[in-house]
Ligand binder design. Structure first.
Ligand SMILES: Cc1cc2nc3c(=O)[nH]c(=O)nc-3n(C[C@H](O)[C@H](O)[C@H](O)COP(=O)(O)OP(=O)(O)OC[C@H]3O[C@@H](n4cnc5c(N)ncnc54)[C@H](O)[C@@H]3O)c2cc1C
Ligand code: SF4
Length: 468
């Protein structure tokens, strides 16, 4: 165990000892149910200063250690408290190339905030909210940087968080970077997956504009291959995991009204008045719940294969005997408000679909599952015979995760893949000369902050390669 170095402890003067985190403004529930406007609002200056005073500046820096980016959390919060927001921004930028997204999208309760000393007895410091405040303050005052990079030429294929992060870091180092994106607009899952209520697309456009003025070129609507990038000095593949996992369902072939989660979120097919069934109880499934609510679905059922996870309290039970609080995702909160119930059916899956005379899906057969372990002590879920039931269903969404990148993408660049179908690498270098890989296509399905860190560190590997 790493022990804190208390020799450098500097006492925080007049700390705010309030047990609760300072609340930020949120979109009123009535608007949340009908519009795609971002739900969480940025702290005001007064709220930020109040919350910054809750940080005790622990020398142990447990929060930083639990941040995948290694953010200097106590240091940037100290700068906020001193009112020096640009110094706070410089500290944040030293660890993160994309703080505008991480501060909104990180599961902070499982990362930096899970390790905040104050969370042992009270609520953790609102680290993500403070980070977001600092970034927004920076953009209020920032003058666009104009640069004409003249370094070696690097192509970044894919413009999700890992591609943007690699491009930003390489541009900061003076390389002439071109980001090549197959979709009409850049952003990857930041644009075509994560819904607007979690990340306003204007925030993404603002980042891309800032990168353009720094000299990064964007080519969109181009599906790159080895031929497209052959004249560059180095290439970074940041192509994501475009291969959505499917589940076997009798009668599904040719049925209309079945969508992969990303297609449902991007295309928003009309779910008004329909019974929507979502397979997948994770964050992507939750985003589909929020989208179906805003579409005016008649009912929403979210089917999760695994048992319900209940919160385990450790170290000290803050209020002994108090039942563990259930933490609701924003979309779950909205569902509870609109339909007065949790949308989940746990330990279940859809095993068959039924269509009407026009070929549209009209019902699904749901079967209950029981948990057990195989010989290698791996969890296996098996059907409980006779537990089938039929649910009406006008739209079925499959949010069951992703496998690696599409096989044709790896083949188009002649790079090897792993047994899990991710792009194989050694220190970000793929099996092909001058081609590097980062993000979900290298690590498998992950998080925005992890993709950002991967892009950042891959750029350093490219820099080392080109500096030889
Ligand atoms: C619905 C949904 C919600 C999520 N919500 C969160 C969240 O709240 N918080 C969080 O931390 N994470 C979240 N994630 C996970 C997160 O979005 C991903 O981990 C992250 O986007 C991966 O980044 P990436 O850059 O590796 O890939 P992607 O974002 O997938 O980007 C890859 C890009 O490469 C492009 N591309 C592929 N092949 C080519 C080619 N040959 N030529 C040109 N371009 C190509 C694709 O079009 C795409 O734009 C969510 C994921 C989904 C699906
Ligand atoms: S990058 Fe994410 S995990 Fe790290 S400090 Fe910021 S919000 Fe927390």
């Amino acid at each position: 165990m790493i022990m804190p170095d208390n020799t450098v402890f500097v006492k925080v003067e007049n700390p705010n000892m309030a047990p609760d985190r300072t609340k930020n403004q949120r979109l009123p529930m009535a608007q949340r149910l009908t519009t795609y406007e971002e739900v969480e609002k940025t702290y005001t200056e007064e709220e930020a200063l109040r919350e910054a005073s809750r940080c005790m500046g622990c020398p142990s820096r447990w929060c930083s250690k639990e941040c995948p980016a290694g953010m200097p959390v106590p240091e940037f919060i100290k700068a906020v408290r001193a009112g020096d927001y640009e110094a706070a921004y410089a500290l944040i930028s030293s660890a993160s190339t994309l703080p505008e997204f991480c501060s909104r999208l990180c599961p902070q309760e499982k990362q930096c905030q899970s390790n905040c000393t104050r969370s042992i007895r009270t609520e953790a410091v609102g680290i993500g909210r403070l980070e977001r405040f600092v970034v927004e303050k920076h953009y209020e005052n920032a003058k666009p940087e104009t640069a004409k990079p003249d370094g070696k030429r690097v192509a970044v294929v894919g413009s999700g968080p890992s591609g943007l992060s690699a491009a930003q870091r390489l541009a900061d180092k003076g390389y002439a970077v071109t980001v090549i994106e197959a979709e009409e607009k850049p952003g990857g899952l930041l644009r075509y997956g994560i819904p607007n209520m979690k990340l306003e697309k204007g925030i993404l456009d603002r980042k891309i504009d800032a990168m353009k003025s720094q000299g990064v070129a964007f080519q969109t609507g181009v599906t790159a291959t080895a031929e497209t990038v052959k004249d560059y000095d180095a290439v970074v593949l940041a192509v994501g995991t475009g291969n959505a996992r499917s589940i076997p369902m009798a009668g599904a072939e040719g049925a209309r009204g079945i969508y992969k989660a990303v297609d449902f979120l991007a295309a928003r097919p009309d779910a008004a008045g329909k019974d929507v069934v979502i397979v997948g109880g994770g964050d992507t499934g939750n985003d589909c719940v929020g989208t179906a609510i805003r579409q005016g679905a008649a009912s929403i059922t979210q089917i999760e294969m695994l048992p319900e996870v209940t919160k385990v309290s450790f170290i000290v039970d803050p209020i002994p005997g108090k039942p563990a609080e259930k933490k609701f995702d924003s979309s779950q909160e909205e569902h509870l408000n609109k339909f007065l119930r949790d949308p989940h059916i746990y330990q279940a899956t859809v095993k068959a679909v039924k269509t009407d005379e026009t070929g549209n899906i009209c019902a699904v057969t749901v079967v209950r599952l029981q948990a057990g372990y195989d010989d290698s002590r791996r969890l296996v879920m098996t059907e409980i015979p006779g537990s089938e039931r039929t649910l009406p269903c006008g739209i079925l969404v499959i949010a069951a995760g992703f496998l690696g990148p599409k096989a044709e993408t790896a083949a188009a660049f002649g790079v090897d893949t792993t047994a899990r179908s991710n792009i194989a690498d050694t220190g970000y270098q793929t099996s092909a000369e001058k081609i590097f890989a980062c993000g979900d296509c290298r690590t498998g399905q992950s998080l925005v902050v992890k993709a950002m860190v991967d892009g950042r560190d891959c750029a350093d590997a490219v820099d080392a390669y080109l500096s030889k």
